[in-house]
Structure formats: structure tokens, C-alpha cells
Design a protein around this ligand. Structure first.
Ligand SMILES: Nc1ncnc2c1ncn2[C@@H]1O[C@H](COP(=O)(O)OP(=O)(O)OP(=O)(O)O)[C@@H](O)[C@H]1O
Ligand SMILES: [Mg+2]
Length: 229
């Protein structure tokens, strides 16, 4: 399942005029691959993820997720698409303080009407996959920042997304933990065949990705293939 962003232009209101956050951006991400977005602060990276997540409708351009043009979907269909096909991992884990690690994941399946037993089994499997075996019944305040971020990642995978959108997942972590998170995202991208877009400031992450796109002032410089592939 791939992600195609084609000729995306996005403006925000800015006083009497509008600010162009994305200027004719095209990015194609095949299934099972990672596209890295790099570029200075304010260049439009998070805006591009928000468009890919269908959280913001661009002024022009097409967002095609797993073969479906999102412009042709109703609001209700988009809500379902976001819940079932799109996994988002942002800088802050945004966990619910009162829920245990497993429950943070189970709530996703509950929204989707899956049986509690199946949801619990899947949650435990994913917590294992992110290295949190035995932590399922802990609440966020009993976990480290890195552990919370790994719950955030596991939660994003709960509904087998086709598209995984990741915005600087390691900025709150030390280098070693950050590398472990990146390895995890790479493995999961291959295993689950997600089309993954990763915003990162850490150049060391770029060796693991399939394409690198540089965002400058809302424009995407022609994506270059990572050297080792
Ligand atoms: N909701 C908004 N309303 C108005 N302007 C916005 C909004 N969100 C972002 N912008 C502006 O759009 C531009 C792109 O912002 P964006 O958040 O996409 O940058 P970024 O590349 O993610 O930056 P950073 O690396 O700091 O996270 C910036 O000039 C920003 O000020
Ligand atoms: Mg940003």
C-alpha cells in the first residue's frame, strides 16, 4: 500500500495575505519503504505530514492512500481511513495518564469494534515487538520517556496501518534510545509493508531510509536515493 502526494500546495491565513507552507510538493512512497523529510525549522515538514494524514486539506493537489484518492471520500470515510489505515507518531507520545500500556493500544481496537480478547492479544504482541514485554500493566508515569515513545509507536501500529507518519520521534531521547527507535520503525516498515514518512533532524538516521527529500521554504528538492540502496 503506497502513499502518493502529488502537486500539493498548502497556504495558511497570515494577516491580510496567506503564507505558503507547501509549494507544489510531490512525494511518492512505495509500500515497505521509508522516505525521510529533512529541512530547516518552519520549512513545511509537519505540514506535509498533516496533509498526508488527511488532517489538513491542501489548497491544490492529490493525496492518494492505498490507491484511494482522499478528495473523493466523505468526512465519515476519512475518519475511518485515519483510524484504520494511517498510523501517526508525533514528537510527544500523548498517552492517556489513567490507562495502562496495553489499554492505550486496546482503545484503538475498541474504536474499531474488535473483540476485547483479540485486542488484548494484539496489544501484548505489539508491546513485545517494541521491547516492552512485561510492562503492559504500567501507566505512563511509571515508564521512562523512551518507553512511552515506544508505546506511542506500538499504538500507531494497532490497526495495521498502510501509511505510517512519523514526526521527529527521537528528539526527546538520547542517541542510543533514538537509534533503537529508528531501528524499530525500519523493521516495522518492512514487516508490515507500510509507506513510512519520517521527519528527522538526525543525519545518522538517513542511512536506514530509502529516499531523502529536503524541504526548503515549502518546496521539495528532488528526492535523492539513500546511498546504500
Ligand atoms: N496552523 C498554522 N497556521 C498558520 N501558519 C502555520 C500553521 N502551522 C504552521 N504554520 C507555518 O507554516 C510554516 C511551516 O510550518 P511547519 O510546522 O510545517 O514546519 P516544520 O518544517 O515542521 O518546522 P519544525 O522543524 O520547526 O517542526 C511555518 O512558517 C509555520 O509558521
Ligand atoms: Mg515540525
Amino acid at each position: 500500500m503506497s502513499l502518493h502526494l502529488t502537486n500539493i500546495t498548502l497556504t495558511y491565513p497570515d494577516g491580510a495575505t496567506r503564507l505558503t507552507a507547501l509549494d507544489d510538493v510531490t512525494l511518492h512512497v512505495p509500500a515497505g519503504t521509508i522516505a525521510a523529510l529533512v529541512g530547516p525549522s518552519g520549512s513545511g515538514k509537519s505540514s506535509l505530514l498533516a496533509v498526508a494524514a488527511t488532517l489538513i486539506t491542501p489548497d491544490t493537489g492529490r493525496v492518494v492512500i492505498a490507491g484511494t484518492d482522499t478528495a473523493e471520500m466523505t468526512r465519515a470515510q476519512l475518519t475511518t481511513l485515519r483510524r484504520t489505515r494511517i498510523g501517526t507518531i508525533f514528537q510527544q507520545p500523548n498517552l492517556l495518564p489513567s490507562l495502562t500500556a496495553a489499554e492505550q493500544l486496546q482503545v484503538m481496537a475498541h474504536l474499531d469494534g474488535r473483540s476485547p480478547r483479540a485486542a488484548r492479544a494484539r496489544a501484548l504482541e505489539l508491546l513485545d515487538a517494541v521491547g516492552l514485554t512485561g510492562q503492559a500493566d504500567r501507566r505512563p508515569h511509571q515508564l521512562s520517556g523512551g518507553q512511552q515513545q515506544r508505546i506511542n509507536i506500538a499504538r500507531a501500529l494497532m490497526n495495521d496501518p498502510a501509511v505510517l507518519l512519523v514526526d521527529e520521534p527521537t528528539s526527546a531521547l538520547d542517541h542510543e534510545r533514538g537509534t533503537a527507535i529508528l531501528d524499530l520503525i525500519t523493521t516495522l516498515t518492512h514487516q508490515q509493508a507500510t509507506a513510512t514518512v519520517l521527519v528527522t533532524h538526525d543525519r545518522s538516521h538517513l542511512t536506514a531510509v530509502d529516499q531523502i527529500a529536503e524541504v526548503n521554504d515549502g518546496r521539495l528538492d528532488s528526492p535523492a536515493l539513500a546511498g546504500h540502496r
